[in-house]
Design a binder for this molecule. Structure first.
Ligand SMILES: [Zn+2]
Length: 894
């Protein structure tokens, strides 16, 4: 190998420039640059002022860049720059004044003070509590900030703007000044000032140029700083809003949250004061409880505007985004028609015609719409000046909502540009809703699957060995029920007296008591009712299916404190009694009566011992599946799922029309057990009862009613309530015990709320307030139950025994309440007496005068003598309290 000397290398590189470039680029350039950047000191000697060579100047530039590429600390970077500048300008000192607005007034505050070539950052950095603040109308600095121009003052004594208050403060004499503003676009950011030229009378033209040149760095530093400051503010504000947004979230459903997220995210791009989204009701068919008032002629049929796909224009929720002043988000559920966001009629107009117009631009007060309110909307003084309203359309071309934007930021009307922007936004929103649609569907399926598996896991279906408890075909015929003829099964059920005797078992009595019956007995009683309704033969209900169905129902109820099979059975039993003994059957066909009793048995199946609110609060999948009447919809679904199973389907031999009718009635009856809907049907039911009194001939009334589908449905719905609450109208021995199990289940929910949700339960569910039970029962009777049984007794006097027992129970609870009240009063009096005695003793130590005061107060009265009835009540109250303690212990053990 030949020796490569310098000349050869040079020659080679000269003749191969491409290689040379490649070589240096790869090997040297990065190294040189990194060496330059990693060097921590400037290779410029600043101990004495001298003219800078270009090498020295580039050293300084590198130094500044290095400073910036490391963690950008605004003060440090600015300090470094100013240190170099004071050297270059030969200034005695330089200072930096930050511009800011405080309480709406602009001012300048010192941030770096007295920077010179030998200073340290620590010496120059001004702490917030010792900063000097200039109003803009003061001093040369203020003048620079006002004019936004560089000034060079050769002699401050001849400048009218100069103020010597800082000189006085710092015992310094300012002779000449060079100062310049630092801007971010049109915005004032800071002022940099150099004072007292060393080795010269004043700053020169060249100094101005140098300062101007290096100002770019200052600009960059401050701009980056300013941006990160804004970013910080934005993040902070974002956090604050996110917090409030999370509160908003609580008020929104899953779909609405998608809207909200999308609209909230884009708020920064919306060039307006405020915007709102009106969400349109998407239901095409109304719920039965909303249809009834129309069918009853109480509410005129809707003839208002409709969406292009035929929905009534109902804005069920408005989300209001306030961007002016203090940012806020408001959710307005069920906004009234005259709500400010709707009153213009514009959102409705858009919802009605949106597809044809797609977007309309409305400038304030343009007819044919009612003019916007000209007064401020709230105490912020905000008024609507101009509006842009657009429909939000999903991929199915349905209008799902209307977005309305108010007041363009610059006060001008919205223009084509805004329209284009908002249009793409609303399109995006429509898409996001479409996505939610699919997402929601999947979610729904997922939830359904979970719940279904839950159901299957619970082994609801009656097993082969279990059915032998009723249909003992193995013992009797040596075969399985499905191998038997209907006659053979009928033989077992009816001839063998497996089923109870109706009279003896009192299955049609209002005072029926389940205490003496086993759960299996109740299944048999239930089967017997289908026989007594005479629907078994009429609708060809396979005996095996009937037995399996009733048996499975009993298993479908969980073994919880109150909402167990006994409650489910009692509701079916009361429905049966109302039909038979209460004579309400006269209005209904056999098919309808069967549906009603079946609905009663099914109505609480798979209840979890906690109410709808708890399902929502605990995020139960049921709450995601059903928007309202969560549990009731689940009981209904569960019941219908059982009925879909061939082996359990008591409806299997109905024709299609009959099948549709029984399912329709079950839908209404079970949903109607949601007490939240009770108040919706009260007035309508009362009107029907009133109407019945206008008939002199009972048969005429019956004939009329039998054809009145809606009225029959309303009566049926109210019957379901009467059945569900029937424990309150049972003999006191039953009521006092059942009320306790209801309370015990409430207390269990209260415990869950405390432990799982970490919330304080309401008094009704708080076991620490168990002594309030009599009071709560009285309230429940007065505000909910009385109406039901009073009206039913008025409607059909056969039902009066229920009302009588209810009134008696009211008396009993009230007596217990009074005992409790007396006890509380007694305790209070004793406590008061004790306190007074203690006060008197304390006072007596100070002197005799107060003894007189003690004598003036009579001692607490002795407890009143109780009559024998009250004594009995006391024992009962005691039992109740003992029982409640007992349930508590049981629960603790579990
Ligand atoms: Zn119930």
């Amino acid at each position: 190998m030949t020796q490569v000397d310098k000349n050869v290398a040079e020659q080679f590189l000269d003749s191969n420039p491409a290689f040379a470039k490649e070589y240096y680029d790869a090997k040297f350039r990065p190294k040189i640059i990194s060496d330059l950047l990693s060097s921590k000191t400037t290779a410029v000697n600043t101990s004495a002022f001298h003219a800078l060579s270009s090498v020295e100047e580039s050293e300084i530039v590198f130094d500044l860049i290095r400073e910036m590429q490391d963690n950008l600390q605004m003060e440090r970077a600015m300090f470094n720059l100013m240190r170099h500048l004071s050297f270059m300008l030969r200034a005695d000192a330089m200072s930096l004044f930050m511009y800011r607005q405080r309480n709406g007034t602009a001012e300048l505050a010192t941030r770096l003070f007295n920077v010179n070539k030998d200073a340290t950052l620590e010496d120059c950095l001004v702490a917030p509590d010792s900063e000097i603040v200039y109003p803009l109308d003061m001093g040369i600095v203020g003048h620079v900030a006002t004019t936004k121009k560089m000034v060079n003052v050769p002699d401050v004594t001849k400048d009218s703007h100069f103020s010597d208050f800082v000189d006085t403060l710092t015992e310094y004499t300012t002779k000449n000044v060079l100062a310049t503003p630092i801007m971010n676009g049109k915005d004032m950011v800071a002022v940099v000032m150099a004072v007292n030229k060393i080795d010269g009378p004043h700053f020169t033209k060249e100094d101005e140029e140098s300062l101007q040149k290096y100002l770019n760095f200052a600009n960059l530093i401050l701009r980056v700083f300013h941006l990160s400051y804004l970013h910080n503010c934005e993040t902070r504000r974002g956090q604050v809003l996110l917090w409030s947004a999370s509160k908003v979230f609580e008020e929104l459903t899953d779909i609405e949250r998608q809207f909200h997220k999308a609209l909230y995210t884009v708020r920064a791009f919306l060039n307006c004061d405020r915007y709102s989204v009106g969400l349109l009701d998407m239901t095409k068919t109304k719920e039965f409880f909303d249809l009834w008032p129309v069918l009853m002629g109480e509410v005129p049929p809707y003839d208002g505007p409709k969406t292009p796909d035929g929905r009534e224009v109902i804005f069920y929720k408005v989300i209001d985004y306030i961007l002016h002043g203090k940012e806020d988000i408001k959710v307005i559920p069920s906004p009234p028609e005259d709500h400010w966001a709707l009153v213009s009629g514009l959102p409705t107009y858009v919802a009605e015609n949106g597809l044809a117009l797609f977007s309309i631009r409305l400038v304030f007060n343009v007819p044919p719409y009612r003019p916007h309110q000209t007064e401020p909307l709230d105490n912020s003084g905000w008024t609507i000046k101009n509006v842009l309203s657009l429909p939000i359309v999903n991929k199915k071309e349905e209008i799902v909502g209307v977005a309305t934007f108010y007041n363009r930021k610059d006060g001008k009307p919205f223009d084509d540009m805004d329209e284009a922007l908002m249009e793409s936004l609303t399109q995006f929103l429509g898409w996001s809703v479409l996505n939610t649609d699919t997402y929601d569907k999947m979610n729904k399926l997922e939830n359904r699957k979970d719940i279904f598996q839950d159901m299957v896991m619970y082994h609801v279906k009656c097993r082969k060995d279990e059915i032998q408890n009723i249909l003992n075909t193995r013992e009797r015929y040596g075969k399985e029920p499905d191998e038997c003829e209907e006659d053979e099964l009928e033989e077992i059920l009816v001839q063998q007296e497996v089923l109870p005797q109706s009279k003896k078992a009192e299955i049609a009595e209002f005072h029926f008591c389940d205490f003496e019956h086993s759960e299996l007995d109740l299944v048999k009683c239930g089967i017997k009712m289908y026989y007594d309704l005479k629907v078994v033969d009429k609708f060809h209900i396979p005996r095996e299916s009937l037995v399996r169905f009733m048996y499975s129902l009993s298993k479908g109820y969980r073994r919880i404190t109150y909402h167990n099979w006994r409650h489910g059975f009692n509701v079916g039993q009361t429905m049966f009694s109302l039909l038979m003994t209460g004579d309400l059957r006269r209005y209904y066909t056999d098919l309808e009566a069967m549906a009603m009793v079946t609905a009663g048995f099914c109505h609480d199946i798979d209840h979890r011992g906690t109410n709808n609110l708890y399902q929502m609060k605990s995020g139960n999948p049921l709450a995601k599946l059903h928007g309202s009447s969560i549990l009731e919809r689940h009981h209904l679904d569960f019941g219908k799922t059982l009925l879909r199973d061939e082996a359990l389907n008591i409806y299997q031999n109905l024709n299609r029309r009959q099948h549709e009718l029984v399912i329709h009635l079950m839908d209404i009856a079970i949903i109607a057990t949601d007490l939240a809907l009770y108040f919706k049907k009260r007035a309508m039911f009362q009107k029907i009862v009133d109407q019945s009194k206008t008939y002199t001939d009972w048969n005429d009334w019956t004939k009329y009613m039998m054809l009145e589908t809606t009225r029959k449905e309303i009566v049926m719905a109210m019957m379901m309530t009467a059945c569900d609450l029937s424990a309150i109208a049972k003999p006191w021995e039953i009521q006092s015990k059942v009320a306790l199990s209801v309370a015990a289940e409430f207390w269990e929910q209260g415990d869950l709320e405390r432990t799982v949700l970490e919330q304080q339960p309401i008094p009704m569910m708080d076991r620490n307030k168990s002594e309030e039970l009599p009071k709560l029962q009285c309230g429940f009777i007065d505000f909910v139950c009385s109406f039901v049984y009073k009206e039913f007794s008025r409607f059909h006097p056969e039902i009066t025994p229920m009302l009588d027992r209810l009134l008696n129970n009211r008396k009993e609870w009230n007596a217990l309440k009074e005992i409790h009240d007396a006890k509380v009063a007694e305790l209070d009096a004793a406590k008061k007496a004790k306190e007074e005695a203690a006060a008197a003793t304390a006072a007596a130590k100070q002197g005799n005068g107060v003894c007189f005061f003690v004598q003036m107060n009579p001692p607490p009265p002795p407890p009143k003598k109780k009559c024998s009835l009250a004594k009995r009540k006391m024992t009962e109250a005691h039992t109740i309290l003992q029982l409640s303690v007992h349930t508590h212990c049981l629960r603790e053990k579990v």
